[in-house]
Design a protein around this ligand. Sequence first.
Ligand code: R5P
Length: 276
Amino acid sequence: MIVSTAASAGLARKVASLLGDRFVEAIRKRFPDGELYVRIPEVDKEIVVVGSTHQPNDNWVELLLLVDAATRIADDVKVVVPYYGYGRQDRIFLPGEPVSAGVFARALPVDVFATVEPHFVRDYGVFNLYGKEIHSLSAAELIGEYLRERGVDVVVSPDEGARRFASLVNEVVGAELHVFHKERDRVTGRIRMEGEEVEEDVVAIVDDIIGSGGTMLLASERIRARKLLFVAVHGVFSPGWERLKERGEVIVTDTIQREESEVSVAPVVAEWLRST
Ligand code: R5P
């Protein structure tokens, strides 16, 4: 059976339907002091827990509690964290910082879990990190299929970090690939972008995350297109992201459920569950 955090119920239901499994709604309530209570109301031998951790603080807590509950009533517990919050602080950039991605991986009471396009591993397969076996799943093929249908002429990676993802997307689209160069000032957070300008009919900028939209917006300044698509796996959407809508169309997956979730990652999650 499949259970999920409240925020990931839509995706979890789709995964359950692809696998022919039961989706069971967890019971949750909030105590007056703000603490969260969860309970899985049915038992099974094997339980899959799906929980994206955005917004990160509340959703990490809910996920940790659900996984703990599952391990107490099932023989086998599989965990999928479609969007891994705190994954961008995966190393120490400035002295005195924590490695937040590791803090939460270690806190999960299982040895193995899967996540989709994690920012801390821009590659796919199995990685031993933070004392856990982490399966990194790709959304590139699903996004590529969607963009091929949309008749995209050029795929743009806004920085070197997204190059691998963009190039896998582009393999499916069969278009041209352009890679820009981005630099971020770690103290002020300001970014600078360089790269040859792009002029084409339909252009898609692809990245793992849309946060404030700053990265996509800077990339769009170097592009002239009739139709511009801002495409990311995770629609984190922090304040400011809506500026993108004035310049083009925003498309994300359902690792975080949004109005703009045009692509579902349910097939890759279901495939992982089938194969493990
Ligand atoms: C950064 O390295 C990531 O891959 C994204 O480019 C970044 O998180 C996007 O954030 P924002 O939308 O705030 O520029």
